[in-house]
Design a protein. Structure first.
Lengths: 306, 349
């Protein structure tokens, strides 16, 4: 049995106006939770769609669980679980009926009661889909992705649009999947989610993988592993002029200026002096370790949620 | 698997109140409503008579001549008559012009006006002839349908039309619109990542729509029978055959049309462009016998018009399938074209 749950080589997909996937390589090991991060339009969803067999690639090799779409489509479909970005169900189907129905499409299936239990929808088992909250609908979508006891699960933005509590309960379900030995490939917009859940991550932009590694590895790879923050009272002013004079990039984020650096100890005194000289009306200064968010910013030049 | 898919379609359909209403109740309401409204001949035709304060001998003669007709006479002074005419309430008016009479017909109410005018003309001619010693006689006239049944029953005319219209709307909306929505909302994509063969999904859908049509038709037939005493004059086998054929053709139409649009909004517009003219020009509610020849000839090539003609022929007039071979061939041809287009173009994503 192959060690790899997913192997992608030289994947390419050209749409009429945009090169969505540009020679992408990816390897995901069995049993790991793998996160695919990237700004909107980076090609994450197209990549997932190709891998899930929804969209044919122009060129490239894809192996899921050692199988090839061209020869084993049916078997692959039986062994993977997919939660699409928006799972559309009938308004008036109940979770129990939906799980029974989708379960009936597979040769091997988990019991509906067990799945309802797993995603904590026992009490809503007979409620119409349209009456469920966003979090409940999302948990049902995830339960549907598990209906065939899949070895490999794809989750496309499983927690987007959920409140913090609903997000936590989805996280628990994903952790449970890992504990059961499933491989999980997910996309997300949330860095804390990636840090909390993922064994390994890939950051992608413009249809390519920019870097891959564990969250810690990615942070340690940064050339500028520390960040000095100026906090303002309210919206931070435009830092362009200040950055030009300082001779170092300054990022504005909400009520913060962020100045990434390799040497906070050396930078801080002259930074403060310079800010005084320029009459920068900041309130507080913090120095912190870089996070995945900074890795992302550094790699793509964009904020994740832009 | 097919059975399960089929049963689930029914289960969800039965929970959709709007769909239930449009599918089962609305056609019935149309049948009951129009059937009752047009059951009788309508109100008596009214002829307004603009008559001066001092009637002449000619007026008296005219009154006598009109007395034997079914016309309802409304005698008004010239001023009142003119005021009523201006309000647009008068369909036909008779008035003096010099020594003679003349008739005015309201161009907005041609149907009533012309009938009233013609009756008045006949009465006047007969009276004139009688004065010269000639007794004119009208030929006996009866209203009869081609199959000699249900001649004066508008509901009987309407019923096959509504059944045909139902098929068109099942194709355009229950198939076309529904599948555009499934595609747009990603339901197809969710199915595409499961090992369910697509044929099973579509098969379940087709079977469900077919049974809906059968049930819908049965309900209409039973209500038609109980309320209006309308009975099928043809063979039930021929009727079942024609309905199955129509279901197949119009469902193929839905599958074909839904492959051309991406969003339900666009599809809504497209389907109405197809639905509206077909509904009004295909003889559902009335025939086009008063319309220009070119229009009558061109609607024959649309599938609904010959279809309803065949259905009406069999159901109302006891015609055989062979009598409507040409029209049914048009329906089959359209079905085949739509099917080919659907097979070529239908997309899941």
């Amino acid at each position: 049995m192959s060690e790899l749950a997913l192997r992608v080589r030289g994947l390419r997909k050209q749409y009429p106006k945009v090169l969505a996937v540009d020679g992408l390589d990816l390897e995901v090991f069995r049993g790991e939770v793998f996160g695919l991060l990237g700004p909107n339009g980076a090609g994450k969803t197209t990549t997932l769609e190709i891998v899930e067999g929804l969209t044919p690639p122009d060129t490239g090799l894809i192996e899921l669980l050692g199988l090839d779409w061209r020869h084993h489509g049916r078997e692959i479909r039986s062994r993977i679980g997919v939660q699409l970005q928006s799972t559309s169900l009938f308004n008036k189907i109940t979770p129990k009926e939906a799980l029974d129905l989708y379960g009936s499409y597979y040769p091997k299936r988990r019991s509906t009661a067990e799945l309802l239990d797993l995603v904590q929808l026992q009490e809503k088992a007979s409620a119409y889909h349209i009456t469920l909250s966003g979090g409940q609908q999302q948990r049902l979508a995830i339960a549907l992705a598990l209906v065939n006891d899949p070895e490999l699960v794809f989750l496309d933005e499983p927690t987007t649009g959920l409140d913090p509590q609903a997000r936590r309960s989805v996280w628990d379900v994903i952790r449970h999947m890992k504990a059961e030995g499933r491989t999980v490939i997910l996309t997300t917009h949330y860095m804390e989610e990636a840090e909390a859940l993922c064994d390994r991550l890939a950051i992608m932009d413009h249809g390519r993988i920019l870097t891959t590694g564990t969250p810690l590895e990615l942070i340690q790879q940064l050339e500028l592993p520390s960040v000095v923050e100026f906090a303002f009272d309210g919206e931070a002013p435009d830092p362009t002029g200040f950055a030009a004079k300082l001779g170092q990039p300054v990022e504005r984020r909400g009520d913060l200026w962020e100045i990434p650096t390799r040497d906070p100890k050396g930078l801080l005194p002259c930074l403060l002096e310079f800010a005084e000289l320029e009459h920068v009306p900041f309130e507080q200064v913090h120095v912190r370790r870089a996070t995945l968010e900074d890795v992302f910013l550094h790699r793509t030049g964009r904020s994740l949620r832009e | 698997m097919l059975l399960r898919q089929f049963l689930m379609e029914w289960k969800l359909f039965s929970r959709d109140r709007a769909a239930m209403f449009w599918t089962f109740l609305f056609p019935l309401l149309l049948l009951l409503g129009f059937g009752v409204i047009f059951r009788s001949q309508g109100p008596a035709l009214t002829l307004v008579w603009s008559i001066p304060a001092q009637p002449s001998r000619a007026d008296a003669e005219l009154e006598q001549a009109l007395a034997g007709t079914p016309l309802k006479l409304l005698k008004l002074s010239p001023e009142e008559a003119e005021a009523r005419w201006k309000r647009g309430e008068t369909a036909a008016q008779i008035e003096r012009e010099g020594d003679a009479f003349r008739i005015r017909v309201n161009s907005y109410l041609v149907a009533q006006g012309q009938s009233a005018a013609q009756i008045a003309q006949q009465a006047h001619l007969m009276a004139t002839a009688r004065q010269s010693g000639v007794e004119l006689k009208l030929l006996p006239m009866t209203l009869e349908s081609p199959g000699h049944a249900h001649a004066t029953n508008y509901a009987a005319f309407l019923l096959p039309g509504l059944i045909g219209l139902n098929l068109l709307s099942v194709g355009l909306f229950s198939v076309g619109m529904v599948n555009v929505a499934y595609r747009e909302k990603g339901k197809f994509r969710r199915l595409a990542v499961t090992p369910l063969p697509k044929g099973i999904f579509l098969g379940g859908q087709v079977l469900h729509r077919l049974t809906v049509v059968i049930l819908q038709t049965l309900v209409m037939l039973v209500v038609g029978r109980l309320v209006f005493g309308i009975a099928n004059q043809g063979s039930y086998l021929a009727l079942a055959f024609v309905i199955t054929l129509g279901t197949a053709s119009f469902m193929a139409m839905g599958f074909a049309l839904c492959s051309f649009t991406k969003t339900t909004e666009t599809y809504g517009a497209v389907s109405n462009v197809v639905f509206m003219p077909m509904m009004f020009l295909s003889g559902v509610y009335f025939t086009l016998d008063a319309a220009p020849k070119w229009l009558q000839q061109s609607v024959v090539v649309l599938p609904l018009s010959p279809y309803i003609k065949a259905l009406r022929g069999i159901f109302n007039d006891g015609a055989a399938l062979m009598d409507h071979l040409g029209g049914l061939a048009v329906v089959v041809a359209w079905g085949a074209i739509f099917f080919a287009v659907a097979v070529r173009r239908f997309k899941w994503t």
